[in-house]
Design a protein around this ligand. Sequence first.
Ligand SMILES: O=C(O)c1cc(=O)[nH]c(=O)n1[C@@H]1O[C@H](COP(=O)(O)O)[C@@H](O)[C@H]1O
Length: 292
Amino acid sequence: MFIEKLLREIKQKKSPCVVGLDPTLEMMPDKLKRKFLVKGDEKEIAQMFWQFNKEIIDYTAELTPCIKVQIAFYERFSLPGLEVFYKTLDYGKEKGLMTIADVKRGDIGSTAKAYAQGFLKNPSIDSITVNPYFGSDGLLPFVEETKGGEKGLFILVKTSNPSSKELQDLITEDGQFFYEKVADLVSSFEGDFSEFSHIGSVVGGTHKEHLKRLRKKLKGFILVPGYGAQGGKAEDIKYAFNTDGFGALVCSSRGITEYYKKIGEENYGLAAQISLKNMIADINREIEKGVE
Ligand SMILES: O=C(O)c1cc(=O)[nH]c(=O)n1[C@@H]1O[C@H](COP(=O)(O)O)[C@@H](O)[C@H]1O
């Protein structure tokens, strides 16, 4: 079961921190560029991304419950890129990790069903991110596909980007933020679980007040992106957790995978490991302080 596995991994590794694998050409260390790029075509780039991801996973697998793989960074290099997306998820599974395919899908019911089945029937994918803009009939196929709780969903509720307020913070006629209505919709799918629902949400780590409100409302895990490169701070992010210190996953991509540049370390895998260790210590320290 998704939630049981997730809680077990988090407890065992004493880490609610997720490694995001969002490779770009700019992110790649010079030594990999020298090794892989001759023509600089999609195939070579994809092979280089694979080598990079594998190394990051090897160095971080003992410290993270989960990897998050953002599909856009792979789709950008067409089929060879997409192969690496799936290969990365397979490899994560092989190393005993749980996986989030960050695909942010959503559409009318029939299309949503195709998305849901396409991703969630894949044995290497434990959960996906979902865009709720279509409303309940667009979400239902995803909910249906995860019925029983073997797999999980993370539905976008309040995103981390600065412009998220343009739409998500609009005030509805009953005085709530629009994103709270989205949270209500998510709640309506949560089901009757004694601990956590496998229907989770995404709330950016750049919004302390919103995290506080939403933690009270939602019964699923909250996936919190925005730590590191986007400036999300552990002292704010801790509000995504319940008082027992569980209930959220904090994700960082560039903050981990590009850390080698900051410390001038040739070994990018080791640098990622150091960065992840720092992140875990930072988040756990704040969780231990508790929330008021
Ligand atoms: O769904 C997400 O993962 C997501 C939601 C959100 O509100 N903000 C956000 O940054 N993300 C993703 O989280 C990752 C953040 O990357 P870094 O800023 O490099 O840590 C990217 O893969 C984003 O697509």
